[in-house]
Design a protein around this ligand. Structure first.
Ligand code: PHE
Length: 450
């Protein structure tokens, strides 16, 4: 077995591993995107399809990433160079690296919006406004030139500040505090939502499936979202996996992180839909659900602005523990393979991503007319990550573990230091056949070939 190099940082505790990996998975994807796509695709039936995707693809892919990372003790690109020297498999890592730049560029912009909305909610800015005015406020804010850019820069600064401190003293330390905070916030918001008069309708929307609503498009959206929500296909979990101690049970960790992510997405739905229905608002609002629909809901509630502040803090915290994991993908590569100091690596990576992000932000306003392939720059980056980079990265990772790696070497890693892995055979079956076929289908559909 390989000896990890002495200076390599790692997670210090079991809880730290879970907090950091769940922190990566739980993000804007859970609280901003999951509720709105659930709304768009009609509720409970979509959720059931999503849960199936999580089990059949999400879990095996997350475990595959952890395993590649921990076995190689390397970053997303270095891992493939080490486990498959002299082959083109390292290109998988490059896809992940590209995805990290793309995703964090727009992620930082949306996270910046959340920070602005903490301030807006605290200032009670939605009080007495009509739904149209609240919509106008959001449109005016994201299309302005300076303000969203400043918030995006602030958010990226915060991300870099945590990443520069390293794994144990940065990412783990903050995840251990921020994740429990997130749980408390979401529970408070859930209690408020389900005690609203008329909450049952929202709960029925979430938990009573109407199968007629399931279309091919809904299935693809569910599958694509499973990738994004679990932070898969980018090498995030390869990178984090490389910091996990050999005595940890990777299968158990992957199950716990997957469950935590799914649970929080459902709790976010429970925090949002009862309120949406209680106030008679359209659930299928799309991306503006949390920025327009919710402020509207909050302003009708007693002490709504306080719940508004809590909600947007929740979003910003969730975004932060995810963005640090994306930046770490790039920083780990810069440090290990390009031999930069951690400080320099973080600074350069954060700077490049922030600059791309500025263009994303401007593409909602001053640069809205500069379309590429008919999309604004920000929409283009979202399309690229959802339909191309993450599915492709994920596909190659499952093929690598399922077909390239020797079964004995996979088993050796999962059973390191005497850990039990009773799930081994089903895992191999999912990784070899089920996940790659399903991912290939999404990919072909996503790029319009199916
Ligand atoms: N999983 C994160 C979320 O749900 C986003 C993310 C995607 C993070 C890919 C890392 C890698 O918001």
């Amino acid at each position: 077995m390989d000896k990890p190099s002495l200076q390599r940082d790692s997670f210090g505790s079991r809880f730290g591993v879970i907090a950091a990996a769940a922190g990566s998975a739980i993000g804007l994807g859970n609280i901003w995107k999951f509720p709105y796509i659930t709304g768009v695709y009609g509720g409970a039936a979509f959720i059931v399809v999503y849960l199936i995707c999580i089990a059949l693809i999400g879990f095996p892919l997350m475990l595959s990433e952890f395993l590649v990372g921990r076995k190689s003790q390397k970053n997303a690109i270095g891992a493939f160079k080490k486990l498959a020297p002299g082959t083109p498999w390292y290109l998988t890592g490059w896809i992940g690296m590209a995805a990290a730049f793309v995703v964090l560029s727009f992620y930082g912009v949306v996270a910046g919006w959340c920070m602005e909305y903490i301030v807006k909610a605290a200032a009670n800015a939605f009080a007495g406004q009509s739904p149209g005015q609240i919509g106008g406020m959001f449109g005016a804010f994201i299309s302005s030139a300076a303000k969203p850019v400043l918030w995006q820069i602030a958010f990226m600064g915060l991300t870099a500040w945590i990443v520069v401190a390293g794994i144990k003293d940065g990412i783990e330390k903050y995840s251990k505090v921020l994740m429990p905070l997130l749980l408390v916030l979401i529970i408070i918001l859930d209690i408020r939502a389900i005690t609203l008069p008329g909450a049952e309708k929202g709960l029925a929307f979430l938990f009573k499936p109407d199968w007629s609503k399931i279309t091919g498009e809904a299935i693809l959206a569910a599958l694509g979202h499973a990738f994004f929500s679990l932070s898969l296909g980018m090498g995030t979990m390869i990178t984090y996996g490389s910091y996990i101690h050999k005595k940890e049970n990777l299968g158990e960790t992957a199950v716990q992180v997957t469950l935590a992510d799914t649970f929080i997405a459902l709790l976010a739905g429970v925090a949002i839909f009862p309120a949406v229905f209680a106030f008679g608002i359209e659930p299928g609002a799309g991306p503006s659900l949390v920025f327009i629909t919710l402020p509207n809901v909050f302003q009708h509630m007693p002490y709504g602005h306080i719940f508004g502040v809590l909600f947007f803090i929740l979003l910003a915290v969730a975004a932060l523990t995810s963005s640090i994991s994306i930046l770490e993908v790039v920083v780990a590569y810069f440090v290990e393979d390009l031999k930069m100091s951690r400080k320099k690596a973080t600074l350069i990576a954060a700077l490049i991503i922030t600059v791309i992000g500025v263009f994303c932000s401007l593409s909602n306003g001053p640069l809205a007319e500069a379309k590429i392939l008919g999309l604004t720059f920000m929409d283009l980056l979202m399309w690229l990550s959802d339909n191309l980079l993450l599915p492709l990265g994920g596909l190659f990772i499952t093929l690598f573990v399922g077909w390239y790696m020797k079964k004995s070497s996979v088993a050796e890693e999962l059973r390191s230091e005497g850990v039990k892995a009773g799930y081994f055979e089903p895992f191999i079956f999912l990784t070899k056949f089920v996940a790659p076929i399903l991912i290939a289908l999404v990919f072909l559909k996503g790029i319009g070939l199916l």
